[in-house]
Design a protein around this ligand. Structure first.
Ligand code: GDP
Length: 735
């Protein structure tokens, strides 16, 4: 039996020994070496040829992805690692390295209990490191730190040993600050990383070596040795004495929790059901003999088997051939195959048990974030919140109408496998709107349609999705909306909410959708913590995205029966605002007065909905609507000779340069620019620097569109959508 086959056999055995399992992922900024390290770990564990490690990419399934150097799929790979004669099963989940796919990162975190924070020794933690670490900590995933590319520090930047130690210290301090800020209260101290504790490793994923204090003790290697080995070009020797996979997997086994240790504190964080119930207890205890509870974290397209659902089992086991519910689906579905992902291979097994990661085929209703159970009443795991909203749209349609059914089917799968993608299809015309995190995100989506599904499509140029909001309020000047029969009137006032409240709403802090009256007191209290009037907020009706609706009236006959209709109209306006039919953000709507017809027949949906809709839209226009545009922060790293060209590209695009740290021969330009100006940025930057610039970017929220552009942009959107040229508040009076 070859080493690989031997390891596959061991993996399927160790899966049943819970204390010997570790589920983990690597959290990193793009280009810091996550793919190189993943491949290295897998090769080191004997799952692929060692020559290829660091040069080929096991976890990057897509060619597209390799070509761009961006990991798109959060696939998983299991491997076996031996410590002191005991075999451990390490399930490594790959997280996407690009912020455009933030949603995927969070879901990958849900499947793991520990993570390696990987930071480049030269650059240190970057904004994206911070985003990913924050997501890990929010999911109560314990971190350890790996400082990569130490060889570059020594050989390229030629730092002194003292400088090197100083830089390490800086990186560790930054990471610990993040942990202090974002770790769950009970772990803020305990999860701090330190060199002495062996929770910090240093090394070079590319040159296959790594080191920690415990490994120094074991091998007799010192920092001085490392410095000298790199200096004297003896890294191969170092890789033999301290192979990076040994060092890091040792660290994972001894410093990161297994499922038995982690599930007691992770389950209450992701599941709202009763922890004292039978299933609650079995999840907390990670009981493989109990009822099944599994959460799907990723759908990927296997070229042979089609849709494969990958997820974490928290309780019980999943068996080939059994029927399970994807909670929310109408009927149970049969599990065709159960597999473990070993390296790049999917190995089918009869079953996978609690505490592990399993890959399934046959469950068509599974989607990322969905809970699987044998019992349709099971309370699903809490929905995963996104940090980013879609900001760019393209329209796509198949070139040939005969591809239409296949096209619609493929889009359905894409939407399921990528939660940061919103798909709206028109079944008759075949046109679909894809809304995503950026131009690149949508380019990759279209590529997948064309290459993987073999459908040729027509694609429109990208369009920015703006947000409508208000600048001021219309207090004391409430806007009255009348029903078509004029027997019902609603008076509305609107006001903007603070940035802190809007952020908390985005994170789902107060919930979303209609608020049940039993919950409103608690919701009011939570708003009170943010400095809002808790007595007012107790009267909340609903939350839609980052907007809230409050009923600030007293004793109005019949209002209770129209509550649902009022909420429906509010939701409608939040999706399409009065200026340009764009989504609304950051607004509080207050119903201040209403006059209703005493007979319920005369205040049905056809009367109430337009009246409320007009009242909110009119109030918004009175409170001065503004258009918010999505912004992106870009980091462009460029040799100093091309610096001028790069800064010009940014400032020409209404960009603002925030910082320009330089490092030897290169400078990183950090700037913020509107997403509307980023189309084609990547080509222009490449041309301006003769291909020498490396760049990446992240969405950073919304800013008010400069007033001088307002009329032009609103006009363009309204024309594109076939709306009347100008919104007019008076038109919202129904008479
Ligand atoms: P990812 O975007 O985080 O997955 O990063 P990759 O693994 O693709 O690495 C980005 C680049 O850095 C590649 O060119 C790697 O060869 C290089 N790289 C990764 N690790 C090291 C390292 O330890 N030392 C050096 N010198 N280069 C590295």
């Amino acid at each position: 039996m070859g080493r690989k086959e031997d390891n596959i056999k061991k993996a399927t055995e160790v899966m049943h020994i819970l204390p010997q399992i570790r589920n983990l992922c690597i959290a990193a900024h793009i280009d810091h070496g996550k793919t190189t390290l993943s491949d290295n770990l897998i090769a080191g564990a004997g799952m692929m040829s060692e020559d290829l490690a660091g040069k080929s990419r096991v976890l990057d399934f897509d060619d597209q992805e390799s070509a761009r150097g961006i990991t798109i799929n959060a696939a998983s790979a299991s491997m076996v690692h031996e410590v002191d004669g005991t075999d451990y099963l390490i399930n490594l989940i790959d997280t996407p390295g690009h912020v455009d796919f933030g949603g995927d990162v969070t879901r990958a975190m849900r499947a793991v209990d520990g993570c390696f924070i990987l930071a480049c020794a030269v650059e240190g933690p970057m904004p994206q490191t911070e985003t990913v670490v924050r997501q890990a900590l929010k999911e109560k995933v314990k971190p350890v730190l790996f400082i990569n590319k130490v060889d570059r520090l020594i050989n390229e930047l030629q730092v002194t040993p003292e400088d090197m130690m100083e830089r390490f210290k800086e990186t560790i301090t930054k990471v610990n600050k993040l942990i202090r800020q974002f770790a769950p209260d009970e772990f803020r101290k305990e999860w701090q990383v330190s060199v002495a504790d062996g929770t910090v490793a240093f090394g070079s994923a590319y040159h296959n070596w790594g080191i920690t204090v415990p490994y120094m003790a074991k091998s007799g290697i010192s920092f001085k040795d490392i410095f000298e080995h790199c200096h004297n070009e003896e890294q191969k020797d170092l890789a033999r004495k301290a192979p990076v996979h040994e060092v890091l997997l040792d660290m994972a086994v001894s410093k990161l929790p297994g499922p038995v240790e982690a599930q007691p504190y992770r389950i209450p964080n992701i599941w709202t059901g009763d922890l004292d119930s039978e299933i609650g207890k079995s999840m907390v205890n990670c009981d493989p003999e109990a009822e099944l509870a599994m959460m799907i974290t990723k759908i990927w397209m296997d070229p042979h088997a089609g849709e494969v659902a990958v997820g974490r089992i928290y309780s019980g086991s999943i068996n080939q051939g059994e029927s399970v519910f994807a909670i929310g689906a109408a009927k149970p579905e049969r599990v065709q195959q159960v597999s473990m992902m070993v390296g790049g291979d999917r190995i089918t097994v009869p079953k996978v048990v609690a505490g592990n990661i399993a890959a399934l085929t046959g469950i068509r209703s599974a989607a990322a974030g969905v809970t699987l159970s044998r019992n349709n009443d099971f309370i699903p795991f809490e929905a995963i919140r996104h940090y980013s909203d879609p900001v760019v749209t393209v329209a796509v349609e198949p070139k040939s109408m005969k591809d239409l059914p296949k096209f619609i089917d493929a889009l359905r799968s894409l939407a399921k496998s990528d939660a940061s993608l919103q798909v709206t299809t028109n079944q008759e015309t075949g046109e679909a709107l894809l809304a995503g995190m950026g131009e690149l995100h949508l380019e990759i989506t279209v590529y997948r349609l064309e290459e993987e599904q073999n459908i040729k499509v027509k694609v429109s140029p990208p369009i920015v999705v703006y947000r409508e909001s208000i600048e001021s309020n219309n207090h004391g000047r409430s806007f009255e909306g009348k029903s078509p029969n004029r027997h019902n009137r609603f008076m509305m006032e609107v006001e903007p909410m603070s940035t802190e409240v809007v952020e908390a709403l985005r994170d789902g802090h107060f919930g979303n959708g209609t608020i049940r009256s039993g919950d409103s007191k608690e919701v009011g209290r939570k708003f009170g913590e943010f400095g809002m009037d808790k007595d007012l907020m107790r009267k909340i009706y609903a939350i839609s995205g980052t907007n809230v609706l409050v009923n600030d009236t007293k004793g109005i006959q019949g209002l209770h029966e129209t509550r649902e209709l009022i909420i429906e109209s509010f939701n409608e306006v939040c999706k399409k605002g009065p200026m340009a039919d764009e989504p609304v953000m950051g607004m509080m709507v207050r119903l201040v007065d209403a006059k209703l017809h005493e007979d319920a027949i005369h205040r049905g949906p056809a009367q109430t909905i337009p009246a409320v809709r007009n009242a909110i839209k009119g109030a918004m226009l009175r409170a001065r609507t503004v258009l918010m545009e999505p912004m992106q922060r870009s980091h462009v790293s460029v040799p100093n000779d091309w610096l001028g060209q790069v800064t010009r590209e940014i400032t020409n695009r209404r960009g603002i340069i925030e910082d320009m740290p330089s490092e030897g021969e290169a400078t990183t330009v950090i700037g913020t620019l509107p997403v509307a100006e980023t189309f084609g940025f990547s080509n222009d930057i490449r041309a301006a620097s003769q291909g020498r610039a490396i760049w990446n970017s992240e969405n950073t929220g919304f800013e008010v569109l400069p007033p001088q552009l307002f009329d032009k942009v609103v006009g363009e959107i309204r024309t594109r959508k076939g709306l009347k040229p100008e919104p007019n508040p008076e038109s919202y009076y129904s008479d």
